[in-house]
Design a protein around this ligand. Sequence first.
Ligand SMILES: [Zn+2]
Length: 236
Amino acid sequence: MPKDPNDFSEPTKTKVLKRAGYTCSFPKCDLRLVGPHSDADGKGTVSTSEVSHIRGARPAENNRYDVNMTPEQRSHHSNAIALCRTHGKLIDSDEETYHYKLLHEWKVAHEEKIRLMQSGEYVPDDEINKPYDKCTDEELKEDRSHRFQLIENEQRNKQEFCKKLAILPISTALILAVMHFIFDYFHLFMIPAGLIFIGVPVKLIMDTLEKDNEFQVRQRLSIKEINYRLKERGVE
Ligand SMILES: [Zn+2]
């Protein structure tokens, strides 16, 4: 157990470091926090980690300190963030910038990233947002067909939505037809009812299917941009 009950125990630190994949949680740092020691028997390890408090441990040290927290809460693993030594120092030196809420966001985002890395689903940001001028011709073409696929998928989602929406005008039309032709009933309210329950959804369905939504417009703009780049390079 640590001397100060506000400090993390060794098992808590280990848990936090493991959850962080033994890498720094500071955005884009990703520095390894453990590694091999160069000793002769090849067994030693070197740790350069800092397990920092999100809400401070002691009032004198920093203003992330919350007087209402108990030592158990301060020393709980949910109040710890794994950082490299540089970033561990940095967050304590500028607490205006490195607010506890921000640190908590980093911890959550970093653990999610490690989870994706472990399952093999992680795609680095710079690969997703790689600028077009840095892409090869093949990458551009691949991105273009991917975007065409996205537009098509979105169109299919819209069709599904419209199928559900179509129930409303179809059933209204049926009810009105039964009332009028079978029961020989007519009332003036049937006109606004028809307009609202048939006219409005039909117009909405037609607009949804015919017009690109914002997502599709964005994809088409990117495709246009890719076509332009490929043309510039003399590829098609
Ligand atoms: Zn770092």
